[in-house]
Design a protein around this ligand. Structure first.
Ligand code: NAD
Length: 322
């Protein structure tokens, strides 16, 4: 077998690999660790979304594996370090989703500011509640961006066009980056500094041991009263119980969550009953354009690696070692 796809996946990009390679697709395979280990033992490439846990143990069971292609950008389901150790290149189209996620973030900011879901629901229900739908303008407000990477920077550009003032908290970026000048963003050395001034806080950092529940009772408390919180990054960055409390107490004016601590959520967390909370099912990258870019980029790189060339979009090292 050349390529193993252990998750549900239909795309023309993969179809194009079919005539050239022996592709095995089994949508439910990711659930059965034993069967998966057996299947991967013969594969030269593995293509996954976010369901398959690509652990060191799984990679060690795949002596012929040259590449793991991640059809998305979050790498929390892949042990990249183990892959590097084993000489397996991890392909991820890091730029493919960024415009779509940035646009969803702007959609959230606008929808929260103008109470669009409430206006829509109440009007469809026969109401004409202009008073209840009173909103705020973005012009002149402040947006704090936590994580100034690919998505955070695109959000800053778009937000700037709406007249928002930008604050950035990201301990790993150089405040001399041209994007700071371009968006007139101010670099904040401490998260609390950004939180205390912002009308909107949007999270765009990765999920790491440091960012786990970085938004908790203490950080929500540090946010300006009446501010809005938006998370399109990873659910584990937010303590959902603390967020719910901050919303229910009226400290925060609203929130939008595209990502959750557990996906899909195990039960109802309490947000469902709140008019000022928007919930979406991890749709940041769910656009035709982002999906096409993602699949094509990964499929092309898998093809390259299987032909003995080096991948163009990788996260661990410059060239596959075998
Ligand atoms: P990126 O790696 O380009 O940028 C992340 C930035 O976060 C970096 O600049 C990094 O320095 C910064 N960072 C790291 N640790 C930090 C910390 N402790 N505090 C503040 N900043 C920190 O990543 P990206 O491509 O912009 O993705 C951002 C997030 O969006 C990731 O969590 C990713 O998984 C998520 N994402 C979600 C969707 C979706 O469908 N909702 C789609 C794509 C990406």
């Amino acid at each position: 077998m050349d390529i193993l796809i252990p998750e549900e996946l239909t795309t023309t990009a993969v179809d194009r690999l079919n005539p050239r390679y022996r592709v095995v697709s089994d949508g439910g395979l990711w659930k059965d660790r034993e069967k998966l280990r057996l299947a991967v033992s013969g594969a030269r490439a593995l293509m996954v979304r976010n369901q398959t846990q690509v652990t060191a143990k799984l990679l060690s069971a795949a002596p012929n594996l040259l590449a793991v292609g991640r059809l998305g950008v979050g790498l929390d389901n892949i042990d990249v370090e183990a892959a590097s150790r084993l000489g397996i290149v991890v392909i991820a189209p890091l730029d493919a989703n960024a415009p779509s996620v940035a646009e969803l973030t702007m959609a959230f900011i606008l929808a929260l500011a103008r109470k669009i879901p409430l206006a829509d629901r109440s009007t469809k229900a026969g109401g004409w509640d202009r008073k209840g739908c009173m909103g705020i303008e973005l012009e002149g407000k402040t947006l704090a961006i936590c994580g100034f990477g690919r998505i955070g920077r695109l959000v800053a550009r778009r937000a700037r066009a709406f007249g928002l003032r930008i604050l950035v908290f990201d301990p790993f970026v150089n405040p001399g980056l041209p994007e700071f000048t371009e968006t007139q963003a101010r670099h904040c050395a401490r998260l609390e500094e950004a939180l205390g001034e912002a009308d909107f806080v949007s999270v765009h950092s990765p999920f790491t041991p440091e960012t786990k529940r970085m938004f908790n009772a203490r950080t929500f408390e540090a946010m300006k009263p009446g501010a809005f919180f938006i998370n399109t990054s990873r659910g584990g960055i937010v303590d959902e119980t603390a967020l719910l409390r901050a919303l229910e107490s009226g400290h925060l004016a609203g929130a939008a969550l595209d990502v959750r601590e557990v996906e899909p959520p195990a039960g109802r967390a309490g947000f469902e009953a709140l008019e000022n909370v928007l919930l979406t099912p991890h749709i940041g990258a769910a656009t035709t354009e982002a999906q096409t870019r993602t699949f094509e980029t990964v499929a092309e790189d898998i093809d390259r690696v299987l032909r003995g060339e080096s991948a163009m979009n990788f996260v661990n090292f410059a060239r596959p070692k075998r």
